[in-house]
Design a protein around this ligand. Sequence first.
Ligand SMILES: [Zn+2]
Length: 311
Amino acid sequence: MSSRTAPAIATTLKHAIITGARPGPTLLISAGVHGDEYEGMAAIRRLRRQIAPDLLSGRLILVPVVNEGAFRRNARTAEDGLDLARTCPGDAGGTETQRVASEITRLIGAADYYIDLHSGGLSMRTLPLCGYALHRDPEILAEQRRMAAAFGSPLVWGTTPTLDGRTLSAARDARVPAIYAEWGGSGTCDPEGVDAYVRGCRAVMHRLGMLPAQPDAPPAPRWIIEDDRPGSGFMQICHPSPIDGMFEATVALGDRVARGQRLGTVFDELGTQEHPILASEGGMVTVVHSLAHVRNGEGMVVVIDVDGASR
Ligand SMILES: [Zn+2]
């Protein structure tokens, strides 16, 4: 998939291009698809300083903040309220988010490989994980599995390829092997997460033949889970709150829970309404809504069946 004469890149997104001394593939790394997810933005800033062209084979395109409108608002979405990760491939003549979606879709199509860095944002916290869509093309799927394993997150999560609107959906349609990653959240920029993202990206670049072996290569993943059920990987709908209110979690990230176990409770302001949130399956608590205020329909907790109990 390497391209000896890589096409020129023209985009309105703020970006940096590092062109290696030797030919090789074009890798796109992006962060800030959601404006309140900071570890990836900081990691890309650091990669830009670290990657020396004389050590690089191929071309690295870095977009630290895809969704500038959302970043300026310190929010998941820009002014128009559209979730960029539900808007791809977008519309060059549409609203702000639709235009950005169109730009990032075009950029993904110009790459040979793609890494998209996320976090839990202001309202969620997640355990470190690296995911991909279970692409119907076995060669693309195999490449994505290799990239995700190299990235070094303890949890690797392959999920349904049928979700639309995401950057990974754009990559799926353009047949560009792609992975995404999650780390932390709650509006922080965890230095440990930034380190892990930098290490992970460099390890994938080594895997793709773009960099020499990395001295700080991350360990192999601890759990590799593939789940092809409809809706798998759609974290924002897991264990939804039935009302606008306040969530009190009774589990923590990394806890093992059984099906039917209480994950937490949503209350209204006076506590006259009390809605237990019960685990729909057993597994490891991987994402928790860390912001106390919750909206009707928002996902509270993601449980991933790392032990294979329900498969
Ligand atoms: Zn995100």
